[in-house]
Design a protein around this ligand. Structure first.
Ligand SMILES: Cc1cc2nc3c(=O)[nH]c(=O)nc-3n(C[C@H](O)[C@H](O)[C@H](O)COP(=O)(O)OP(=O)(O)OC[C@H]3O[C@@H](n4cnc5c(N)ncnc54)[C@H](O)[C@@H]3O)c2cc1C
Length: 415
């Protein structure tokens, strides 16, 4: 019988690992709580009514159709029985010969109950759609109020966290409002609308070089966003954000992008965790003492051998680690050993919106229009499928030429 490789999570790490095992003499089973694989870099465009969910996500079963040794089961992973070699799920246990844990990361509210209860996250399609509904609903609700203070609360959007997701989200909301909704709501007083980006550090985009951070900040301000630096959120109430120091920002919509930690599967596996609840792994990405269990992507607490720093939670890390682990499993099946992981950094980028992005690719630093063109090309090439690529391109071109976002629909799925 062929060894069974169970892969927990069908995100960037899990799917890449399954694909890299295509020709290995093993049977692969992917397990995910969702039946789709999500292209996270464009999630903010779903939340800001530019793209439809189907353009950035694909059913896992469709993606693995070309892999004749792979199958899929939809289930929520609840733990790992390391001694019994079983992945535990809400549908029952799954026996494995090799296990790859790739369940990614989740929003971290740092134990702040008001944040967890009232702030909105942006991690998966459900949250992206909830945010789109919320933004559009606030505009509709604002038309029913004669009280300018209440309208200001409804039309104020606070984005917390000046990393790439916060920067991209605030830029996209501002453009949705200023370029599109402003024309839908002819009686809208734009002075009642506010998009504020709140960041605890004295700069945005901390992973970038200072010149690109500064270029991003200027670009955000040009797009009408209030950038508040050195500002820490204390609590979120129904209609405001309170900062440490007492300042209160009226806003009924608060988007939290300032904290991330590994998925709960690490904790549920009862193994040693490192920073951000990531699983401590050997340089080969195996869990110490459990050589048939590997961890890839955001869940892996792996360090970069080049500088000893914890590897960032990024797609290239997930994909490169998954390819390495697939190679190690193939070698182990043939009685070889596991390989050590080394990360090749392809660079980082973030877009602020129309005609503006920053990209940092070793010695090459781009900002403004050249950065934006580079960002567009890289994202278009990497979108999930050829069909998505075409539809996304048409939507982007349409928006660019006509200042229009076609998916301004408030849709409530019935439970
Ligand atoms: C909004 C957003 C934008 C981003 N933009 C970028 C970007 O531009 N560039 C970049 O490099 N990185 C970006 N990232 C980070 C990037 O998405 C992650 O680093 C990458 O997805 C990690 O891959 P992974 O396989 O570890 O996890 P993921 O791709 O997140 O996959 C994890 C999978 O596990 C599943 N899962 C989780 N828990 C369970 C459970 N208990 N049971 C069953 N299934 C479970 C999830 O449904 C998911 O399918 C972004 C992230 C977000 C949220």
């Amino acid at each position: 019988m062929r060894p069974r490789v169970v892969i927990a999570g069908a995100g960037f790490g899990g799917l890449t690992c399954a694909r890299a095992l295509k020709h290995a003499p093993v049977d692969v089973l992917l397990v995910d709580r969702n039946n789709y694989h999500l292209f996270t870099p464009l999630l903010y465009q779903v939340a800001s009514a530019l793209l439809d969910p189907g353009e950035i996500a694909r059913p896992v079963r469709q993606l693995i159709r070309p892999l004749h040794n792979a199958d899929f089961r939809q289930a929520s992973i609840t733990g790992v029985d390391l001694d019994g070699r079983r992945l535990l799920t809400d549908r029952g246990p799954i026996a494995y010969d090799y296990l790859v844990l790739a369940t990614g990361a989740q929003t971290d509210y740092f134990g702040n109950a008001s944040l967890a209860e009232r702030a909105m996250g942006l991690k998966d399609l459900d949250e992206g759609l909830a945010l789109r509904n919320r933004i559009l609903s606030q505009f509709e609700a604002s038309r029913w109020s004669d009280d300018p203070d209440r309208r200001r609360e409804l039309l104020s959007f606070a984005v917390v966290g000046g990393g790439p997701t916060g920067v991209e989200m605030s830029g996209a909301i501002s453009e949705l409002i200023r370029l599109v909704l402003r024309r839908d709501y002819r009686d809208l007083d734009i002075n009642e609308v506010r998009v504020v980006l709140i960041e605890a550090a004295p700069y945005v985009l901390g992973a970038f070089v200072p010149s690109l951070r500064e270029a991003a900040r200027r670009s955000l301000e040009r797009k009408g966003i209030d950038v508040m630096l050195g500002a820490k959120v204390e609590t979120v109430t129904e209609n405001s954000v309170r900062l440490v120091g007492g300042e209160e920002i009226p806003a009924r919509t608060v988007i939290w992008t300032a904290g991330v930690k590994a998925s709960d599967v690490g904790q549920a596996a009862h193994v040693q965790l490192t920073r951000q609840a990531r699983i401590k792994v050997d340089p080969t990405l195996q869990i110490p003492g459990h050589p048939v269990v590997f961890v890839v992507g955001d869940l892996a607490g792996a360090t970069d051998p080049a500088n000893g720093a914890m590897l960032p939670m990024l797609i290239p890390v997930a994909m490169q680690s998954a390819k390495l682990v697939a190679g190690s499993i193939s070698d182990m099946v043939a009685n070889g050993g596991a390989r050590a992981f080394g990360y090749k950094d392809p660079g980082i980028m973030a877009t602020i919106g129309r005609n503006s992005a920053v990209a940092q690719l070793s010695w090459l630093h781009l900002s403004g229009f050249p950065g934006w063109v580079f960002w567009l090309v890289v994202h278009l090439v990497n979108v999930v499928s050829f069909r998505s690529r075409l539809v996304v391109l048409v939507n982007w071109a349409w928006e660019y030429m006509f200042y229009d976002r076609p998916v301004r629909l408030i849709i409530r799925a019935r439970p």
